[in-house]
Design a protein around this ligand. Structure first.
Ligand SMILES: Nc1ncnc2c1ncn2[C@@H]1O[C@H](COP(=O)(O)OP(=O)(O)OP(=O)(O)O)[C@@H](O)[C@H]1O
Ligand SMILES: [Mg+2]
Length: 233
């Protein structure tokens, strides 16, 4: 699936004395394609999460549109958009949000329980999830309540949850923050494998290492993006 942002904008009003509109994202166009990893870097506050959330169907743009295989995301009603997102998209959110009272395994399988997908015969969701946890170095945490996890462990659970859903489009907002080098590499390798299996992957990061996994890299500056081959800030 091709997901394309066309001239999108998001603005807010800030009481800074002048009462001016402030553009968190300004006239931005970006395309995500199957098999490709797009990496977006940029300083804190430059608009990366805002851009990602708009592309992920979580925040409607004030101008422009998001087209998924030519279908306008925000022309859908709430229920259609929700189904579409669950069918085609998954996200590793910047906040590494998990359900604290559920175990690690329950957190990972939850989205699949709510919106079941057809599974190839002979595959087992729990076994696949366990394999992901092993790759991410947290196999032993499967039955542990998420409230007991460290920040980096929580982030890897979100990574496993997103990958287990086998989305067409995978959004990862700083998936390697809080992680040591080995865990960071495990995460980036899994995201690369997801792309190689046909997903369109969008990574926001501050880690220079992620750029080596990118097919295209962009830098965001005060709400605008430009293509880059350079390093992170
Ligand atoms: N709901 C909101 N209301 C007002 N301003 C907002 C809102 N959400 C974001 N902003 C502002 O928009 C700008 C961009 O925020 P955003 O979260 O997209 O930045 P970011 O590049 O992801 O930063 P970071 O690297 O720190 O995560 C920031 O100045 C932020 O304060
Ligand atoms: Mg952010």
């Amino acid at each position: 699936m091709i997901l394309e942002a066309v001239g999108i904008e998001k603005w807010y009003f800030r009481k800074k004395g002048d009462g001016n509109r402030f553009f968190a994202v300004n006239q931005t166009s970006l395309k995500l394609e199957p098999g490709k990893i797009v990496v977006l870097t940029g300083r804190s506050g430059s608009g990366k999460t805002t851009l990602m959330n708009m592309m992920a169907g979580l925040l409607s743009p004030d101008a422009g549109s998001i087209q998924a295989d030519g279908q306008d995301l925000y022309a859908m009603n709430d229920e259609e958009l929700s189904r579409f997102r669950n069918r085609h998209m998954a996200m590793i959110p910047q906040g590494a949000d998990v359900f604290k009272d559920l175990t690690v395994m329950e957190n990972i399988l939850l989205p699949q329980g709510i919106y079941p997908k057809d599974r190839p015969k002979g595959t087992d969701a729990a076994a696949e999830a366990q394999l992901l946890l092993e790759r991410l170095g947290i196999a032993g945490l499967s039955g542990v309540p998420a409230r007991e996890l460290s920040g980096g462990e929580r982030r890897r659970v979100c990574t496993a949850r997103a990958l287990a859903a086998k989305p067409d489009i995978l959004f990862a907002d700083e998936p390697t923050s809080d992680l040591d080098d080995e865990s960071m590499n495990a995460v980036l390798t899994l995201l690369r494998e997801a792309a190689d299996s046909g997903a369109a992957v969008f990574i926001v990061t501050h880690d220079a290492e992620a750029l080596t996994f990118a097919d295209t890299s962009w830098r965001m500056n005060a709400g605008s993006v430009e293509e880059t081959r350079g390093s992170t800030d």
